[in-house]
Design a protein around this ligand. Structure first.
Ligand SMILES: NC(=O)c1ccc[n+]([C@@H]2O[C@H](COP(=O)([O-])OP(=O)(O)OC[C@H]3O[C@@H](n4cnc5c(N)ncnc54)[C@H](OP(=O)(O)O)[C@@H]3O)[C@@H](O)[C@H]2O)c1
Length: 318
């Protein structure tokens, strides 16, 4: 199949391109800075000759968006919003205009769309969307707004011959350098992998191979439309998550961190405390209902697999 991946040069794009190329598909990546073979220039905002790649393709997987690995300043938040909404709109325009539109448009979204909560997990049917939780920083609501606007941009696109799925993905854990697993592992190895601000907040995650398998599953299942959670079925507390990561690598202790230490940790992550403090308790209701079986459904085993691949694999150094 021909699969076009706008924004496919980043962490998730690397995982998908590697796996889908190995499976024999023709992958074309849309990027603002093409360097490699099969990379095509676009600007993420305006229609151009890049749209010819979408015309006649089988699947589009749009991953484009300003990285969330940054401090959440007003300017960065605006760029996070605009890059996601504009790129989704223009991908929709390209599909609408295509003479032979793809049969499927997988649009990246995020598990962050759900509320910060501890009491119950969020699936697609009964989950609570975020934005109105009491006692959390105001900009957390803006992150939820970004996610909602991102999904709305896809919903609004008129693509009658193309099935649309919004992938509400949890953190994708892969052994690649620079990915979120790499950064968390580095913190753990520095002895900083203890509970943050009590560690009761939930971490939702998905193993990279299950992420790829879920994408393939969504491609095969014509009955699945709309938002789908891509997260392992067993989210766990941040305290337990980091404990398992330390055990997998063999780090004996992890210093606990208070909220202000989380500021320093977030700075080290080139990110924001929201990523460490927000409780993301997200479960894959629709995938499980549709019969998807996770190869890595529990974090301790997944962490061991990732550590093993990381220790053994020069291919994960970009
Ligand atoms: N990684 C995760 O665990 C995870 C989990 C849930 C959701 N997501 C979302 O999934 C998407 C992909 O994640 P990722 O980790 O692969 O992100 P990433 O490494 O930051 O890559 C995103 C890609 O978007 C493109 N991009 C950045 N700013 C852009 C702009 N202003 N206009 C158009 N394109 C722009 C970049 O491509 P070029 O610079 O080559 O143009 C970049 O390679 C992101 O939207 C992210 O928020 C990620």
């Amino acid at each position: 199949m021909k699969i076009v991946i706008p924004g496919g040069t980043g962490q998730v794009g690397t995982i998908l391109t590697r796996a889908l190329t190995a499976a024999g598909h023709d992958i074309v990546v849309l990027t603002r800075r093409p360097v490699r073979d099969r990379e095509i220039r676009w600007d993420g905002e305006t229609l151009g000759s890049w749209a010819e790649e979408i015309d006649g393709s089988d699947i589009v997987i749009n991953l484009a968006g300003r990285s969330v690995s940054c401090r959440y300043t007003p300017a960065n938040l605006q760029a996070m919003m605009d890059s996601r909404v504009h790129s989704t709109e223009v991908v929709g325009q390209a599909i609408t205009a295509a003479a032979r539109p793809p049969r499927l448009w997988l649009q990246m979204s995020t598990a962050t769309v759900y509320a910060h909560r501890f009491d119950a997990p969020n699936d697609e049917a009964t989950g609570v969307l975020g934005g109105t939780e009491p006692g959390v920083p105001g900009y957390w609501a803006y992150s939820v707004e970004i996610a909602k606007a991102w999904e709305r941009a896809q919903e609004r696109a008129e693509t009658p011959r193309t099935r649309k799925v919004a992938m509400r993905s949890a953190m994708v854990m892969s052994p690649d350098r620079g990915g979120v697993f790499d950064v968390l592992l580095r913190l753990a190895r520095l002895g900083l992998g203890g509970p943050v601000a009590g560690g009761a907040q939930y971490v939702s995650w998905i193993h990279d191979r299950d992420f790829v398998r879920a994408v393939e599953f969504l491609a095969d299942r014509d009955d699945l439309v709309g938002p789908v959670n891509l997260a392992a079925p067993a989210p766990l507390t941040q305290r337990a998550f980091m404990r398992a990561l330390r055990a997998a690598w063999g780090v004996p202790v992890g210093l606990p961190a208070t909220k202000w230490m989380a500021e320093i940790g977030a700075f080290a992550l080139r990110s924001d405390t929201e990523l460490l403090l927000k409780s993301r308790r997200v479960v894959p209701g629709r995938l499980l209902e549709a019969g998807f079986a996770f190869d890595h459904d529990r974090w301790p085993g997944a962490a061991e697999d990732l550590v093993r691949r990381r220790r053994g694999g020069p291919e994960y150094t970009r």
